[in-house]
Design a protein around this ligand. Structure first.
Ligand code: PRP
Ligand code: URA
Length: 221
């Protein structure tokens, strides 16, 4: 079985439903001829779908409310509080998608950059909500190649007291090797992704991928 198929069958890797809409959006952002305005617009649409899907993995408690008809309704409410953490810089592109669905959500930031020559991640900065150890964390980064950056960030979160099973990694595209390594290292982590790709090139860029997400989104190509 190929690594992509192994990843696709992993019980803690949740791929968005492969609808025609999602495929069309992903085709636009993967196209090298797509201009920056469209790249941002259509990436934002996929990010919104990913954030909505991520929220489905948060636990809920039973809750009864009374409707305006005076009738009790047996519903649910979210169990705990959440926050976002973005891996700078590309992860910052996902913050608005989270804010759009979770009003006044707290967002921590961790600056991790891959060395362009070795592809090794380096941690430069982190600023997290003080009570992060009591929260569920939606960890935001659109690209997962070797998994090095995301794994480093999870180590920072765990050091800050976050429980591994309360981390939901929200991601647009992943390479199978990286994502499988990450799921092995963190056995209670959940990953929500739009598409699982085939492989990586010698510079550890995802194939077929979409190139450098941060450069295309922020216009620094
Ligand atoms: C990109 C991307 C991830 C990382 C993925 O960031 O946003 O953080 O690479 O690669 P990995 O899984 O091999 O670690 P990059 O360091 O290029 O910085 P950027 O966010 O400024 O584009
Ligand atoms: N970072 C990106 O933006 N793209 C890749 O393909 C790999 C890492």
């Amino acid at each position: 079985m190929s690594l992509s198929s192994q990843a696709a069958e992993h019980p803690r890797l949740h791929q968005l439903s492969q609808t025609n809409q999602l495929k069309a959006l992903m085709t636009i952002i993967r196209d090298k001829n797509t201009k920056r305005g469209d790249f941002v617009f259509y990436s934002d649409r996929v990010i919104r779908l990913l954030v909505e899907e991520g929220l489905n993995y948060l636990p809920v408690n039973d809750k009864e409310v009374i409707t305006p008809m005076g009738v009790p309704f047996q519903g649910v409410s979210f169990q705990g509080r959440i926050c976002g953490v973005s891996i700078m810089r590309a992860g910052e592109s996902m913050e608005q998608g989270l804010r759009d669905v979770c009003t006044s959500v707290r967002i921590g930031k961790v600056l991790i950059q891959r060395d362009e020559r070795t592809a090794q991640p380096k941690l430069y900065y982190s600023k997290l909500p003080k009570d992060i150890s009591d929260r569920w964390v939606l960890l935001l980064d659109p690209m997962l190649a070797t998994g090095g950056s995301a794994m480093k960030c999870i180590e920072v979160l765990i050091e800050a007291g976050v429980k591994e099973d309360r981390i939901l990694f929200i991601n647009l595209i992943c390479a199978p090797e990286g994502v499988l390594k990450m799921l092995e290292k963190f056995p209670s982590l959940h990953i929500i992704t739009a598409e699982i790709d085939e492989s990586m090139d010698a510079q550890k860029f995802i194939l077929p991928g979409l190139g450098d997400f941060g450069d295309r989104y922020f216009g620094t190509e």
